[in-house]
Design a protein around this ligand. Structure first.
Ligand SMILES: [Fe+2]
Ligand SMILES: [Fe+2]
Length: 294
C-alpha cells in the first residue's frame, strides 16, 4: 500500500471566500487541489471536485499559483452540480487529456423536486460525450482505487451507520422502468490520503454517504488510522442529535483534526469547534494545509 511522504491541499473553491488572499472568489461548491510528494520526491497533483463554475476555480488557481495544467487526474465526489459544474471548463484549463474517476452512478439522472422548488437537473450539467471531447478519460468504478502514490478514490461507501448518511430530501432519479424514485446518492464518495508517519486524511465533497462512513472506509482502504477529516459534511439540516453522534464517532475513531466548510452548516461547525478547539479549521477559498510526518 503506497503512502505519500507529505501532502499540500489548496482549496480552489468553497462557499466562503476567506480573507487571506485578496480577490479570491467564493461560490456554492467545492474544489481542492491535492499535491502529494512520493518517496522519490516526485510531486503528483490531483483535483478533487470542480466547484459549480470553472471561472471561479481557474481565477482562484491563478491567484494562488496553482497551475491546472499540472493536474494528472480529476476525482469527482458525486454527481451534484456544485461539484461537477466546473468540470467542462476545468478540463479545458488542464489542456491535456486526463483521467476522471467517479462512481458509475455519477451520470444517473438527478432531479430535485420539493414543494414549488422544481429543478430538473442538479446532477452533472454536461453529457459524458461533451466531457470526453473536452479531454476526460472516464474511469467509472465502484471499488476503491489508487489515483496517485498514497491517494485513494474510495469507491462506493459501505454505509455502516446508515442513520449518519444525510441523503438529500427531494433528490430523485429514474428507475430502469422510468419511475421517479429517491436518489440514494450511492455515487457519493471521497478521497483518502495515506501519509507516512501521520495517518489518513479523509476528504468528502458533500458527504451524503456520511463523513463517519467515509472516514471508516478511508481507514479500511489505507490501513492507517484517520488523523483528519475534511470537506463538506452536509449536516446543514441535520438534527443536533445527529451532529453529536458524528462528533462522538469521529472522536471514537481517534480523529484529531476537522477541516470543514461548504455544506457542513453553522450548527455543526460550532459543534466541531467546541469538540476539537484549535484543531477545527474553517475551509474557505484559498485555504491551504500542509501535512507531513510529526
Ligand atoms: Fe455540495
Ligand atoms: Fe451534494
Amino acid at each position: 500500500m503506497a503512502r505519500a511522504v507529505s501532502a499540500r491541499l489548496v482549496f480552489l473553491a468553497d462557499d466562503y471566500a476567506g480573507y487571506e488572499v485578496r480577490g479570491l472568489l467564493g461560490q456554492h461548491g467545492l474544489s481542492v487541489c491535492i499535491e502529494v510528494v512520493d518517496s522519490d520526491g516526485a510531486v503528483h497533483k490531483i483535483l478533487f471536485d470542480t466547484g459549480q463554475y470553472a471561472d471561479g476555480v481557474a481565477h482562484n488557481a491563478r491567484l494562488l499559483g496553482v497551475d491546472l495544467r499540472e493536474v494528472k487526474a480529476v476525482v469527482l465526489s458525486h454527481n451534484h452540480y456544485d461539484h461537477t459544474g466546473g468540470l467542462l471548463g476545468v478540463l479545458k484549463a488542464i489542456e491535456h487529456r486526463v483521467p476522471v474517476i467517479a462512481h458509475p452512478d455519477v451520470f444517473k439522472p438527478s432531479i430535485y423536486i420539493r414543494g414549488n422548488n422544481i429543478r430538473l437537473n442538479i446532477g452533472v450539467p454536461y453529457t459524458r460525450r461533451e466531457l470526453e471531447e473536452a479531454g476526460a478519460n472516464f474511469i467509472v468504478v465502484r471499488s476503491p482505487m489508487e489515483v496517485a502514490p498514497g491517494v485513494y478514490f474510495l469507491g462506493e461507501i459501505d454505509r455502516v451507520h446508515p442513520e449518519l448518511a444525510p441523503a438529500l430530501k427531494g433528490n430523485y432519479t429514474l428507475s430502469s422502468d422510468g419511475e421517479l424514485v429517491q436518489h440514494e446518492l450511492r455515487d457519493d464518495t471521497g478521497v483518502a490520503i495515506a501519509i507516512e508517519g501521520l495517518g489518513t486524511v479523509a476528504i468528502g465533497g458533500c458527504s451524503h454517504s456520511g463523513i463517519v462512513n467515509i472516514a471508516e472506509q478511508a481507514a479500511r482502504v489505507t490501513g492507517m488510522n484517520v488523523f483528519a477529516v475534511m470537506g463538506g459534511f452536509h449536516l446543514v439540516s441535520a438534527s443536533r442529535e445527529t451532529i453529536s453522534r458524528v462528533v462522538e464517532e469521529l472522536k471514537k475513531m481517534g480523529v484529531e483534526e476537522v477541516h470543514t466548510g461548504h455544506c457542513t452548516g453553522l450548527v455543526a461547525e460550532y459543534a466541531f469547534l467546541e469538540a476539537f478547539g484549535d484543531r477545527f479549521r474553517k475551509i474557505h477559498s484559498g485555504y491551504t494545509v500542509e501535512l507531513k510526518k510529526r
